[in-house]
Design a protein around this ligand. Sequence first.
Ligand code: UD1
Ligand code: CA
Length: 462
Amino acid sequence: MLNIVILAAGLGTRMKSNFPKVLHALAGRPMLAYVIDSALALRPSSITIVVGNESNQIRDFVKRYSCDVNFVVQVNQLGTGHAVKQALPNLLDSGSEKDSTLILYGDVPLVKTITMESLLEARKNGLGILTSFLDNPNGYGRIIRDHNGFIRKIVEHRDANQIELNIKEINTGIIAVPTVLLKKWIVNLNNDNKQKEYYLTDIVGMAVSEGVFVGSSRPKENWEILGVNNHVQQANLERIWQEEQAKLIMESGVTLADPKRIDIRGTLECGKDVFIDVGCIFEGVVVLGDNVRIGPYCILKDVCIARDSIVNAYSHLCDANLGNNVQIGPFSRLRDCIDIDSYSKIGNFVEIKNSNFGKLSKANHLTYIGDADIGSNVNIGAGTITCNYDGLNKFRTIIEDNAFIGSDSQLIAPVMVGKDATIAAGTTLTNDAPEGQLTLSRVRQYSIPDWTRPGSGNSKKD
Ligand code: UD1
Ligand code: CA
């Protein structure tokens, strides 16, 4: 039986924020979500989050995110031991020392599941401490070992003597404990130290004095144990995480113009020979097929693009499905349920919303298409606007195969353009345009031959 306790009651004052620290984001997701995900991957019997007084935002987030989590409130932040004590009533155990409780921190988001697993292994029915060696161990609890290399205790930085301060092996804070022993030890903690806190780390000394094995393990990667106390550390961790993501997708076969200039805030799955230029942001779930090229400074959120398609510079795509050999941008905006069929072209300054766009169709310049179903091989001229909104309701525009919409037309929805129809430039279409015909709504052009421009020619006024 495995219990997981996530400590998240710390005030996070150095974030200087109205939001709880653990809800601050890393790659677009609250830090706490990472910790919950890694915890869930261990299939624990219980997860308990220890929160402070102002915890409603955390509860609301977690309820939306994952249902199977308990909350306990630590009213006063009297230390990590005191925090874990609040969780004791939620910890399940059969009385066997095989049952563990794993302590995690809500503000240390990137500890890998495999690292947690190896810690649970290393405790061998005793205590397990995830340790790390740091060139600058300032602020951390130091791991004190005897001459045989066995851990004797953890000394907090503020309580350490000069010799102890020189030790570079530190307590990451992630600890695995037999649940029965944790329940016994926690109630015996005192706050007889410099910070007047109940230190969870004091259970190490208790284990040693009772002859309980104290093992340790190290994280797979050094950055896993980094915590966030301020926005500088948050930004530092963000860059580390982004570089890791970039490395993974390069390893999967993607060419990145610059791995330091890509941000993946979600998942990005790529086929072979994908190229991504600098400054792109990927959010939600993005899937790119073979040979897809993404130009510089594009934003793609929840987008799926089939092979051989190109998204040119500065395009913003959200909730879109693109076929193969499609060309988008530069400066295109696609949003809200878009389906663009293969070989289509959407050019500069074209916005498309909630629409289907058929095969081989084009809207190359300066157009708004909203709530439209466009057939295949349709040409939409520059400056075309679907007038889809009457101030209250939205209406659809239907344009059938092979239609040609002349430049600067307004299609007042609901309206339909039939197959092979041609709409003359400058038309304001208020009724359906029949198939195969030319439809125009234009004031006839005329000229006034003897007109003079004011202030010019034979004006006598001076
Ligand atoms: C703690 C460890 C230290 C370790 C360091 C790693 C103890 C006594 N010290 O230090 O050995 O090197 O973490 O970062 O355990 N929290 C609560 N309630 C509290 C106090 C803390 O929920 O009353 C939570 C915080 O939100 C945070 C975590 O516990 O997530 C650690 O607290 P923090 O104050 O950062 O750790 P230290 O006491 O500095
Ligand atoms: Ca502290």
